[in-house]
Design a protein around this ligand. Structure first.
Ligand SMILES: Cc1ncc(C[n+]2csc(CCOP(=O)(O)OP(=O)(O)O)c2C)c(N)n1
Length: 345
């Protein structure tokens, strides 16, 4: 079985990569996402989590490579597969874990769960269970940023499935017309739930943006430097008033669409296990780790130090979540609406 996903060559990196300290941060960002997702995978399988989780294992280079160019003042919108975007954008791992565990200490008081992790104070405008919803939210945030005129940008992460939503055309159109500081990042992992992209997506996704003459880059989404370079250019263009850009990052979803999908599918199969194995050999973290060591810019001990620290942080976050108070159902009444005059609240 094939997915119709284009196999991109490993990134070539003609431009300069990040300096060693920043490279180490990229590595840390990816490892943090991976360890969190592995822990959620295991806790989900053990029946400890109250809801579904959609994991980002194998796609970490995209969130890390893009968010490395953002500050807390910039905006990012995310998807149902949003833990990686939240963490890479600087979200707090404890607060996210508690949210997924539906605890009062969670970033949304345990009322949002995995698909709604958000932290407005850090420009994290939210994961979102509505496929494609982030497109309009990011474009609105980009419009606000343009009115503020202080160089903020808005990044929209969305999947190949979301690229078939009509709202993509609307937001590509208006962001081009109004020269909005928006970076569209399509995470093309080859599947929309259980449908291979070849079965539901016509043409090349990035051609949708080219139709609006929007600057476009197609990158190897499993190569963090490839992503980092393209995102750096797109974010700089947006900050300098050059308008929106589009990045299509080709990658692969290693886990199921959501954990426990086997209970839904039974023995039904929608992809070849060999295909999953082949993509594991293109693991973005293993590849970057090797490249860092080969370059001689960082030492093995530095990487091991990062890995150990991350493991501690994740264990601490899980302990924090486990010890938290259950979410308060009463909050469903009060958290639904913003104050009438939010700026005066
Ligand atoms: C508007 C809308 N339509 C359908 C769904 C059901 N749905 C949930 S995830 C998903 C697939 C999304 O695929 P993609 O955008 O490629 O993201 P991925 O899961 O691959 O990261 C679908 C169709 C939904 N949540 N919202």
């Amino acid at each position: 079985m094939t997915t119709g996903l284009h196999q991109t060559p490993a990134g070539k990196h003609p431009g300069a990569g990040p300096p060693p300290a920043e490279a180490l941060q990229l590595f840390e960002s990816m490892v943090l996402i991976r360890r969190v997702e592995e822990r959620l995978r295991d806790d989900s399988a053990a029946g400890k989590l109250p809801g579904a989780v959609h994991l980002y294992i194998g796609e970490e280079a995209i969130a890390a490579g893009v968010c490395a160019h953002l500050t807390a003042r910039d905006y990012a919108t995310s998807t149902h597969r949003g833990h990686g975007h939240f963490l890479a954008k600087g979200g707090d791992v404890r607060a996210m874990m508690a949210e997924i565990w539906a605890k009062r200490e969670g970033i949304c008081h345990g009322m949002g769960g995995s698909m709604h992790v958000a932290d407005i104070s850090k420009g994290i405008l939210g994961a979102n269970g509505i496929v494609g919803a982030g497109l309009a939210i990011a474009t609105g945030a980009g419009f606000g940023a343009k009115l503020d005129g202080d160089g903020k940008v808005a990044v929209c992460f969305f999947g190949d499935g979301a690229s078939n939503q009509g709202s993509l055309m609307e937001t590509l159109n208006v962001s081009t017309l109004w020269r909005l500081p928006v970076v569209f990042v399509c995470e093309n992992n080859g599947f929309s739930e259980f449908s291979p992209a070849a079965a539901v997506t016509a043409g090349h996704i990035s051609d949708r943006a080219r139709a609006f003459a929007m600057p476009c880059a197609e990158v190897d989404g499993n190569d963090v430097i490839d992503v980092w370079q393209a995102a750096g250019e797109a974010v700089r263009r947006a900050r300098e008033g050059g308008g929106p850009s589009f990045i299509e990052a080709r990658t692969y979803r290693i886990q199921g669409h959501f954990e426990a999908e086997a209970f839904v599918l039974g023995k039904g199969r929608y992809r070849d296990p060999d295909e999953i194995e082949a993509w594991k050999h293109r693991d973005p973290i293993t590849r970057f780790r090797s490249r860092l060591l080969e370059s001689g810019s960082v030492a093995e001990a530095d990487l091991e130090g990062v890995e150990a620290t991350v493991l501690d942080r994740v264990a601490d976050a899980v302990a924090y979540a486990e010890a938290g108070q259950p979410a308060d159902p009463e909050l469903a009444e009060t958290l639904m609406f913003a104050p009438e005059h939010p700026r005066e609240a």
